[in-house]
Write a protein that binds this ligand. Structure first.
Ligand SMILES: NC(=O)c1ccc[n+]([C@@H]2O[C@H](COP(=O)([O-])OP(=O)(O)OC[C@H]3O[C@@H](n4cnc5c(N)ncnc54)[C@H](OP(=O)(O)O)[C@@H]3O)[C@@H](O)[C@H]2O)c1
Length: 356
């Protein structure tokens, strides 16, 4: 396995901007045991000058680095690869300041996921601060854009829901075995998907024991899913996407249903998926009789996929499960970094799921 960025044996120096958030600390958890990197800079506005193990006592005795307020020149000086684990709008401003330094930037926010700045404005309510970078940014779903990532300097890590949905749909859409206009997508997420900032609907007493739909027909991940499905098919695809929140911390379970355009046996469809993903280290096609569960992927970079055909309605039902903080964010970001720096894509990510 290749583990070095260059022949000198030097480790890749990485910075995490937004180290005090959920995706930030998940990046740290994974990067700490990544054999080819050294964590050299952390930023936080609220916890500036505090050691990270005081922000997250779970890191006590493991990582002692202090957080600093974001300063692009300082971060670029100290790191070769910079992860942006901050909210949208903040991320694009930071990227614009960092990119001239020639560093590789991996953005976990939505700021560089859209090719069309008008779509960004429509869904995020502001003009894009750096539309000139949108064409250059690579949508960092390695299962779809691996080749483009090898030469990218700006990676846009997909949203958590789009990751679960797109991995579940790619073989069906690319092979044109479904009617895309019949697609219906339901997905359920745990509370960490909303980040660490306090928010009343996420308080324990509001969330625990509860399950509710939210942002019905207006969630910002719908246009992202539509952009990528439309690119695959070469024509506009619109989807009905309904997210739900449940009282758990990690995990996304997505269920996609669509009408089959030809008669298909479930065995043939499973064979299609097995063939499609045969060389993908992080996609697991479950055998007949098993369906994905969030608990079976928790803490890992896996996306589990289960396929069923409802013969009565001639609809296919695909269920996927990911950990939103790993394959849905920080794990995928590290997978992208591995591709962008010429490392074995699995480096630092071969963690078995945590169970129970
Ligand atoms: N949570 C998920 O499952 C998930 C999945 C995929 C993608 N994402 C995306 O990843 C990014 C981070 O999400 P998260 O869940 O980690 O959020 P989070 O827990 O709320 O953390 C956000 C981080 O950004 C920092 N920050 C907030 N406002 C800032 C500002 N104005 N300037 C600089 N830093 C600021 C915060 O800490 P300080 O106040 O200390 O600076 C914190 O470190 C977001 O863009 C999110 O959409 C999240």
């Amino acid at each position: 396995m290749k583990q070095r960025m260059d022949d000198t044996g030097r480790k890749i120096r990485v910075a995490v901007v937004g180290a005090s958030g959920y995706t930030g600390v998940e990046l740290l958890r994974l990067l700490i045991s990544h054999p080819a990197v050294e964590i050299t800079a952390l930023t936080s506005e609220s916890y500036a000058d505090l050691p990270i193990d005081e922000v997250f006592p779970s890191l006590f005795g493991i990582l002692k680095l202090a957080c600093n307020k974001f300063d692009a020149r300082e971060v670029a000086k100290r790191a070769d690869v910079i992860f942006l684990a901050v909210p949208h709008k903040t991320a694009m401003t930071a990227a614009v300041e960092l990119l001239p330094s020639g560093r590789k930037v991996i953005d976990l926010s939505a700021d560089f996921r859209f090719r069309d700045p008008a779509v960004y404005r429509q869904w995020y309510g502001v003009d894009h601060a750096a539309p000139e970078f949108l064409k250059e940014a690579v949508y960092a779903l390695p299962e779809l854009y691996r080749q483009q990532l090898t030469t990218a300097r700006l990676a846009a890590v997909p949203g958590c829901y789009p990751t679960a949905v797109l991995l579940g749909l790619l073989p069906l859409v690319k092979r044109e075995v479904i009617d895309p206009d019949s697609l219906v997508i339901d997905a359920i997420s745990g509370a960490s998907g909303a980040g660490r900032k306090p928010d009343l609907p996420l308080h324990f007493a509001e969330l625990h024991g509860n399950c509710r739909a939210y942002k019905v027909a207006c969630h910002r991940h719908a246009p992202e899913i539509e952009q990528e499905l439309s690119r695959c098919l070469g024509r506009e695809v619109l989807v009905t996407f309904t997210p739900h929140l449940v009282g758990t911390v990690r995990g996304i379970l997505a269920t996609m249903t669509a009408t089959l355009v030809t008669s298909q046996h479930v065995e043939d469809l499973r064979a299609l998926y097995q063939d499609w993903y045969q060389n993908e280290p992080f996609v697991r096609i479950l055998p007949e009789g098993r369906l994905p569960e969030t608990k079976q992927v928790r803490g890992s970079n896996f996306c589990d996929i289960g396929i069923t055909v409802d013969a009565r309605t001639r609809r296919v039902v695909v269920v996927t499960a990911i950990d939103n903080l790993v394959k849905g964010a920080s794990g995928q970001a590290i997978q992208a970094m591995n591709v962008m720096t010429g490392l074995d894509e699995r480096t630092g990510l071969q963690l078995p799921p945590l169970f129970p």
